[in-house]
Design a protein around this ligand. Structure first.
Ligand code: PLP
Length: 407
């Protein structure tokens, strides 16, 4: 995830396609590249031939394709998912004196973008089963506030937040919904809507570890609003349109043509990769369930055969795209589990060890331990396992087997 995706250790990784080794990295982007190398190389070659490296036709074409894929009217490319959040909030007029509701258990950029505009993040707890925004907690946090401008739900780990209830709450409060779908391109909410089409503005990241990952940084905003699209387009180019005529003070947040060309190739494969991630998740779920585990709707405090909780999924037509497959284990055993996996050369990761309301940089906002208990507990019990599309059956069995053996 942002800035911290695991760099595959080349000397520790099995040679691609080596069936005798069971080392399993958390993510193996080389395996993906091996499948699409000729298409990617050709796309890069064309951009290099043209020598137009920033914005241009590749970026416009990607914007149209992402708009079509998500069902949005507009898509606006920019330099990263963090910038997409910043530009979306900025385009909506969020600034000093304003407050924005956002979850405390998420990647830093969700709240960092609010703070960078001089506004105040108001932290909200998560649902313990889906890890997405808890609407009761949001309602409590909103009570009595007159400075709220927006709510920022996150589609965490690739599962859409409860968008219908979030939109209802936002309508009640008279505020905007700006969705952080950095991890969730192609995901569908409980009403079957593709993420990107439902909220006023939706922000995506193309960080390499995302399901649709660039070969560097990249991001995109989708919106149905002509006005917000026009403002975001202006702000990403220093507010200048036409060139050298500045209506607004914006920033430089352009998308590279090379990244757009690579992303256009990868977009053609994305549905297949989502399907394979889903099959991997189904397989893990089955292996853990057979060993006596339950899903995360049931707390680890309740007895079951295996002290592990696999991810709870919303029912169809919702679709989780499993950017991450996370399990819960008892907090006091998590580090030892990771050591056990590392000794078998199996990758794992912990995301969001410290919820945002407890981060040093937000100390002045007054957050204290115990304020948002579901998030604080999730931060101690959660661990991510390898879920990338190219995992083999034997690798999945090795991962689940090692976890079960330890627990
Ligand atoms: C939930 C969430 N929000 C925002 C971002 C920021 O995206 P980027 O790393 O592209 O700036 C990320 C990605 O890491 C993310 O996971």
């Amino acid at each position: 995830m942002g800035g911290a995706y695991p760099t595959p250790k080349l000397d520790k990784m099995p040679a691609m396609g080596d069936p005798t080794s069971m080392a399993v990295p958390l993510l193996d982007l080389r395996a993906q590249y091996a499948e699409i190398a000729s298409e990617v190389d050709e796309a890069i070659h064309q951009v290099v031939q043209e020598q137009r490296f920033v914005m241009g036709d590749e970026v416009s074409a990607l914007e149209q394709e992402i708009a079509a894929y998500t069902g949005a009217r507009h898509a606006i490319g920019c330099a990263s998912g963090s910038d997409a959040l910043l530009l979306a909030l900025w385009a909506r007029g969020v600034g000093p004196g304003d407050a924005v509701l956002c979850p405390t258990y998420t990647f830093f950029a969700t709240a960092g973008s609010v703070a960078r505009l001089g506004a105040r993040p108001v932290f909200v707890d998560i649902q313990p089963d889906t890890y997405n925004l808890c609407l009761d907690s949001a309602r409590r946090a909103a009570a009595g506030r007159t400075d709220l401008k927006a709510i920022l739900p996150v589609d965490l780990y690739g599962q859409a937040a409860d968008l219908r209830a979030t939109h209802e709450l936002a309508a009640e409060l008279g505020i905007a919904v700006i969705e952080d779908a950095a991890q969730a391109i192609g995901s569908r909410d409980a009403d079957g809507r593709t993420v990107g089409s439902a909220s006023e503005q939706v922000c995506f990241s193309f960080f390499p570890s995302k399901n649709l990952g660039a070969y560097g940084d990249g991001g995109m905003i989708t919106t149905q609003s002509d006005e917000l699209a026009a403002r975001a387009r202006l702000l990403r180019l220093h507010g200048g349109e036409p060139k050298y005529y500045h209506e607004l003070v914006g920033m430089n947040s352009r998308l590279d043509a090379l990244q757009a060309a690579i992303l256009r190739v990868k977009l053609r494969h994305l549905e297949g990769w989502h399907e394979r991630r889903l099959q991997n998740a189904d397989h893990y779920d089955d292996l853990f369930r057979d060993a006596g585990a339950l899903d995360s709707r049931v707390s680890l405090d309740e007895d079951s055969g295996l002290s592990l909780r696999f991810p709870a999924r919303n029912a169809e037509p919702a679709r989780h795209i499993f950017n991450q497959y996370i399990v819960r284990v008892p907090a006091d055993r998590r580090d030892a589990l990771r050591e056990h996996l590392a000794a078998r050369e199996i990758g794992s990761e912990i995301y969001y060890t410290i919820p945002l309301h407890l981060q040093a940089c937000f100390k002045d906002l007054g957050g204290r331990p115990g304020d948002l208990p579901n998030a604080e507990r999730a931060a101690k019990e959660t661990v991510a396992l390898p879920i990338f599309p190219e995992l083999s059956k034997a690798q999945r069995e090795a991962v689940a087997g090692a976890v079960i053996e330890f627990l």
